[in-house]
Design a protein around this ligand. Structure first.
Ligand SMILES: [Zn+2]
Length: 104
């Protein structure tokens, strides 16, 4: 999760927001600044300020995330995952066969 604190933009404001997408955050922050702080528009200077104020996951978080991805996609190290992969392939073959029969 990427986090932004309104206070780190120089406002005396407890508002914070978390999201996985930087673009989503910039969007929501812009909305918050317009609604809560009567800002007319977010210019490039402020955009830069927002970007430098974003808090990205710590290296520990990033490593944990990589581990999850590894265990999810590396089928060789996870028998259960390999089984799921085989089932998925079986389903694909089953789906294709009726189409072939219809076409023939
Ligand atoms: Zn605010």
């Amino acid at each position: 999760m990427i986090q932004i604190k309104c206070a780190s933009l120089g406002y005396d404001c407890p508002w914070t927001y978390k999201d996985t997408s930087e673009y989503e955050i910039l969007d929501v922050v812009g909305m918050h600044l317009r609604e809560a702080h009567n800002l007319k528009e977010v210019d490039l200077d402020l955009l830069g300020k927002i970007r430098t104020s974003l808090t990205y996951p710590t290296p520990g978080d990033a490593a944990a995330k990589a581990d999850i991805i590894m265990s999810k996609y590396n089928c060789e190290c996870d028998p259960e995952c390999s089984e799921r992969f085989t089932t998925a392939v079986d389903n694909l073959i089953e789906k294709k066969e009726p189409q072939k029969k219809k076409a023939a």
